[in-house]
Design a protein around this ligand. Structure first.
Ligand code: AMP
Length: 216
């Protein structure tokens, strides 16, 4: 089963993708994580992407398409994947279709996670993650059980994404509405688009996604 999670920044795509990995044995393909890894190791792409990410704009289609095309052909994707953060433009969606048809596979579900803009800013500016294992938290909605200690690995160092600030969030939202929202009718016409309420709590959102995936 191959799934695309669509939604604005802060909708919970990464959180839900991680749960779907566990629940269905799928692989999360997060282009944001791939780019952050490239920035961290200071590769050529990482150096180019860093400035763009910090501005809240989109990295070029050429870079993103080649990144996902290399990743999707790896053997761990054979049992299914969840695309988190890709495609984000119509050119990326068209390139994805081509890639998949050459591999003789298809997208089974495109899930749009709908969240109000006001909630997104609060979600994004409050989030942080464990530096050791990457477990995600929120200063208001999802704190570690013991303050300052990761529930998952016991780590005590936490990180915030550099682009998770109020200024960058508004550019990221603008990019979402102008460049990614036009993909919705594209997937609607293909009959694979389902909308869920991303405003619900994390467990309830997972239940909604499960019911979409299991209704097929
Ligand atoms: P995310 O972690 O998905 O919020 O992505 C963080 C940032 O990485 C975005 O604001 C973009 O600058 C960049 N990015 C991630 N995925 C893509 C993509 N598919 N196309 C263009 N830029 C992307």
């Amino acid at each position: 089963m191959n799934v695309i999670l669509l939604g604005p920044p802060g909708a919970g795509k990464g959180t839900q993708a991680k749960r779907l990995e566990e629940l269905y044995g799928l692989v999360q393909l997060s282009t944001g994580d791939m780019l952050r890894a490239a920035v961290k190791c200071e590769s050529k792409i990482g150096r180019q992407a860093k400035v763009i990410i910090e501005r809240g704009e989109l990295v070029s289609d050429e870079i993103m398409i080649s990144m996902i095309s290399n990743r999707i052909q790896k053997s761990d994707c054979i049992n299914g994947f969840i695309l988190d953060g890709f495609p984000r433009t119509t050119a990326q969606a068209a390139a994805l279709d081509l890639m998949l048809s050459e591999m003789n596979i298809q997208i089974d579900h495109v899930i749009e996670m709908k969240v109000d803009d006001g909630a997104l800013v609060e979600r994004i500016t409050g989030r942080f993650s464990c530096a050791a294992c990457g477990a995600g938290y929120h200063e208001k909605f999802d704190k570690p059980a013991t303050a300052g200690v990761c529930n998952n690995c016991g780590g005590f160092e936490f990180l915030r994404r550099e682009d998770d600030n109020e200024e960058t969030v508004s550019s990221r939202l603008e990019a979402y509405y102008s460049q990614t929202v036009p993909l919705l009718p594209y997937y609607e016409e293909q009959g694979v688009l389902r909308k869920i309420n991303g405003m619900a709590d994390i467990d309830e959102v997972t239940r909604q996604i499960e019911s979409v995936l299991e209704a097929a």
